[in-house]
Design a protein around this ligand. Structure first.
Ligand SMILES: [Zn+2]
Length: 317
């Protein structure tokens, strides 16, 4: 693929292959802090860490992972700007580096992508809503708008809004992206079950709302392995004609808890629930038939999983 094609044009030629997940892979390599040494991660009380300061502290480690994803077949490299709002970075002690981290992350992705891949800016929830409730939405808007401005200035081709738990915050993200004039791939994360997001909307309703707000692809990312995510995507398919986007995690969930971040294995025993890459070959094979326009990985995936997706995508369904 050449960068002369936009993300929208590329999806018209079949599923576009993305990348991911950077943070857990870089945590495993020793370059990202999970926070678990200081706090019980996921309680909403600590820093919740998993922040992207590696972009300025160990740029070569991030550059290398970008190279590996590109070599695996990724047509899009995501700048490692996940959890890169000033709100989240402040809590982890990196607030003053917000501009530098976002700019460096985009620069590194672009450097590796060259003319071989598009560069997406990753924007996720601020974590303010699960900590403080809906009244924090206006503050969340300011932080998301600021990060999107930084990503636009740094020259991303489009945005991936991902790992939003509340549809209300996703709507804010889409409004900010629209104001900046950037195309958006929008994916919600569903927990503890796939039947509704944290503020109570079904996958179908989320898909409809994200499509209506102009997202060029809508879907789900993180929390579930491909087989668990598939019914959720099919429900979204019934609600919109917009291409679907799927970035599943590579961790096994259970019938009573459809999310890996609430399994006892998170974050320090994740190897015990790792899904093999074969499931990603199968998922890649199914992608075209399921109407998936954008397919990538999330937590637990590494370049071997993206290579598996590429292999599946190249096989008949
Ligand atoms: Zn993830």
């Amino acid at each position: 693929m050449s960068t002369t094609l936009s993300i929208t044009q590329s999806m018209q030629h079949g599923p576009v292959l993305g990348d991911g997940g950077y943070l857990i892979e870089l945590e495993r390599r020793g370059y990202v802090d999970s926070g678990s040494g200081r706090e019980k991660v996921g309680t909403g009380r600590g820093s919740g860490q998993f922040t992207p300061e590696v972009a300025i502290e160990q740029p070569e480690a991030l550059r290398e992972l970008h190279r590996e994803f590109l070599r695996a077949g990724s047509q899009v490299l995501q700048a490692l700007t996940f959890f890169g709002t000033r709100e989240k970075l402040n809590r982890a002690g990196y607030g003053p580096q917000t501009e530098a981290i976002n700019a460096a992350a985009v620069r590194l992705a672009r450097e590796v992508a060259g003319t071989q891949a598009l560069v997406a800016g990753s924007v996720s929830r601020t974590q303010l809503i699960e900590r403080q409730g809906m009244e924090a939405l206006p503050i969340a808007r300011d932080h998301i708008a600021e990060q999107i401005r930084l990503l636009k200035d740094a020259g991303v081709d489009f945005l991936i809004l991902e790992t939003f738990f509340h549809l209300a915050e996703m709507k804010v993200g889409l409004e900010c992206a629209n104001a900046a004039g950037l195309p958006v791939v929008a994916t919600m994360s569903f927990r503890p079950l796939i039947h509704q997001c944290t503020d109570g909307h079904s996958p179908a309703e989320c898909a409809r709302v994200m499509s209506d707000l102009g997202a060029i692809a809508v879907g789900a990312n993180c929390e579930q392995e491909p087989a668990r995510m598939l019914p959720l995507l099919r429900e979204m398919r019934t609600a919109t004609k917009t291409p679907l986007a799927a970035q599943p995690a590579a961790f096994r969930t259970t019938d009573t808890c459809h999310c890996f971040t609430r399994q006892a294995a998170f974050p320090d025993d994740l190897e015990t629930i790792q899904v093999s890459r074969r499931e990603f070959i199968d998922f890649g094979r199914a992608a075209r038939a399921e109407g998936i326009g954008y397919v990538g990985g999330c937590c637990g995936c590494n370049p071997a999983y993206i290579r598996a997706l590429a292999q599946g995508l190249s096989q008949p369904a």
